[in-house]
Ligand binder design. Structure first.
Ligand code: SF4
Length: 64
């Protein structure tokens, strides 16, 4: 799995950080920061859920 984030789209809701704190963080303004673009398989479900619930559709996944 490859993870990309589109920071200009992010609305700082923090959903992704709550669901997958090993993969996503937020900067001082609440904007998403990607910690891990190639997360371990045990985090994949949480990352998929993060992408699904992100209100800005700012998380893009490539399954491989
Ligand atoms: S869930 Fe989406 S909008 Fe919310 S912080 Fe994460 S990337 Fe940004």
């Amino acid at each position: 799995m490859r993870v990309e984030v589109d920071q200009p789209r992010c609305v700082a809701s923090g959903q992704c950080v709550l669901l997958a704190p090993e993969v996503f963080d937020q900067d001082d303004d609440g904007i998403v920061e990607l910690l891990e673009s190639d997360p371990e398989p045990r985090h994949h479900d949480d990352v998929r859920e993060s992408a699904a619930v992100c209100p800005a559709a700012a998380i893009r996944l490539t399954e491989r």
